[in-house]
Design a protein around this ligand. Structure first.
Ligand code: PMP
Length: 287
């Protein structure tokens, strides 16, 4: 089955889909995105993703390209046309197409929209979750509004590539004061006993949808959640460390900069949360 993308109103094979070289996303990174998990044919936590999309777009003064209902219909249609059961849906909205000029286009242009589906290798993710992943630390040298989910991800790309070259899967970004902000593509959590600790939501982190889901799950399970900043030393001394993202949900981290965390195996709270997470999420069927 050829992969099908939705591009500005058309459903097209990915190999034929085109966007303009004057798309402001291409030239300036002037756009936002969302990634939604798809599990067993259901879109996970779609309402929260659409809420965050609206917040990101509003922050950049880009209008919603279509209603939430129409966007949901496109998501489901792309899911169906790609036969997607497990994986993710990627949505990108840019300010639109205009001759290159830093100022917003003088005459309003229509936002450009792309939706694609991606299948995930469930067995590979399960194996990673079973063993736990390694992470390294990298300086957080991003701008101060990373709560806006923009497509400008160069610092994240460089940090994650450094992680890959070091034999790790995630980069923990560290601010000037030695506190971990978040991962290159995830939120970071540490665990002490039955208490989960994660950095408070602020313009300095992306407020992850999976992060919100873990708060829901933890509350239902009677685990305490503390929102406070923590250092690299705090992470190294924690009982457990994990990261959250829509594509990997709850993923244990067992090594940081070559040091073993806890006993080097995924911890009990991390495993519990990974197992329970989807019992607390909203599900929107594709089929
Ligand atoms: N922080 C960053 C920088 C990310 O790229 C992501 C994944 N998109 C997250 C956090 C986790 O967010 P979510 O749970 O919504 O996927």
């Amino acid at each position: 089955m050829s992969r099908i993308a939705y591009v500005n109103g058309l459903y097209q094979p990915v190999s034929e889909a085109r966007v303009s070289i004057e798309d402001r996303g291409y030239q300036f990174g002037d756009g936002v995105y969302e990634v939604c998990e798809v599990l067993d044919g259901d879109i996970i936590d779609l309402t929260r993703h659409l809420d965050r999309l609206e917040r990101s777009l509003a922050a950049l003064e880009i209008p919603m390209p279509m209603s939430r209902g129409a966007l949901t219909a496109v998501f489901r249609e792309i899911g169906r046309r790609n036969g997607l059961t497990n994986g993710s849906l990627y949505l990108q909205v840019t300010r639109g197409v205009a001759p290159r000029d830093h100022y917003f286009p003088a005459r309003p242009v229509r936002p450009a929209i792309v939706v694609v589906a991606k299948r995930s290798d469930q067995a590979r993710i399960a194996a990673q979750a079973e063993a736990g992943i390694a992470a390294i630390t990298q300086p957080d040298n991003r701008w101060e509004r990373v709560d806006i989910k923009t497509i400008g991800l160069l610092p994240n790309v460089l940090a994650k590539e450094a992680a890959r070259r070091a034999g790790a899967r995630e980069a923990f970004l560290v601010d000037r004061d030695g506190f971990i902000t978040e991962g290159g593509s995830s939120n970071v959590w540490i665990v002490h006993g039955h208490t989960l600790i994660t950095r408070p939501a602020s313009p300095g982190i992306l407020k992850g949808i999976t992060r919100a889901g873990v708060v829901d799950a933890a509350t239902a399970l009677g685990l305490a959640v503390e929102e406070r900043a923590f250092t690299v030393a705090d992470a190294l001394g924690a009982d457990e460390v994990f990261v959250t993202s829509a594509t990997n949900t709850v993923m244990p981290v067992v090594r940081l900069d070559g040091n073993t965390i806890g006993n080097g195996l995924p911890g009990p709270q991390t495993r519990l949360l990974r197992g329970e997470f989807h019992h607390h999420s909203e599900r929107t069927p594709i089929y």
